[in-house]
Design a protein around this ligand. Sequence first.
Ligand code: ADP
Ligand code: MG
Length: 256
Amino acid sequence: MSDLITARIRAHATKLNLPHLAASLEQLTARADRDKMGYLDFLDLVLEEETGVRDGRRFRTALRLSKLPHHKTLDDFDFAFQPDLDVRKVKDLAALSFIETKANAAFLGPPGVGKTHLAVGLAVAACRAGFSVYFTSLDDMVRQLKEAEAHGRLAIKMRTYLKPSVLVVDEVGYQPLERAEANLVFQVISRRYETGSILLTSNKTFSEWGQVFGDDVLATAILDRLLHHCEVISINGPSYRLKNRLTAIEGGTSMA
Ligand code: ADP
Ligand code: MG
């Protein structure tokens, strides 16, 4: 009799897409027996575990689709190493309400100060919270869009950059763009304006964007939309990449 019920519960759970319940029914009921759970507690346990498994799966899928270069978190970031960085601004962003309001954030500063790390950390937090994320360098986005345009597939490719709740655009300003390329960037920025968030990193100040985009008018149009709702975080400190090297030089020891 109880075998029959077990089999039926499993079948129902599978049909209702509750794989954890289907797979762990015995463990769950054993736990309920052991802890002398009431009906409500048991139901709560079952639903909570199922939700946990589902959230974990959704998180892993979101991370995979995000194409993030690594999965470092904000907890991995040593804020003490970067004393001039406004920690509060980063913590506020980590609450993720900027995604709900379709606002942006820009991390500016020289190489190695942690711009990409912070953008990735926020992106990982966004994935965990159930938002869709896509990471790209500016150059790669331009290359992809140009190629798609040449094959008459621009509209489809655009979706990659327009659909996610958060688009991370890394390394703005490493290479100057041609006019047609800058135009593609303008399309992405203007179409995401007030409809989706952008996390951006750049080694250039905004006043240098005219050179990056090869045209002051276009750069201004891009900045106008990007900065309307944007937290700008400037990091003007030492490079973390050179950290150990500098310590070694200061200490007079040579690097291996
Ligand atoms: P940027 O994008 O500014 O050039 P990255 O974010 O790529 O710099 O940082 C370079 C490396 O140093 C990465 O491995 C990053 O995780 C690490 N890093 C940078 N700043 C910190 C920090 N304050 N605490 C811990 N790791 C850091
Ligand atoms: Mg970087």
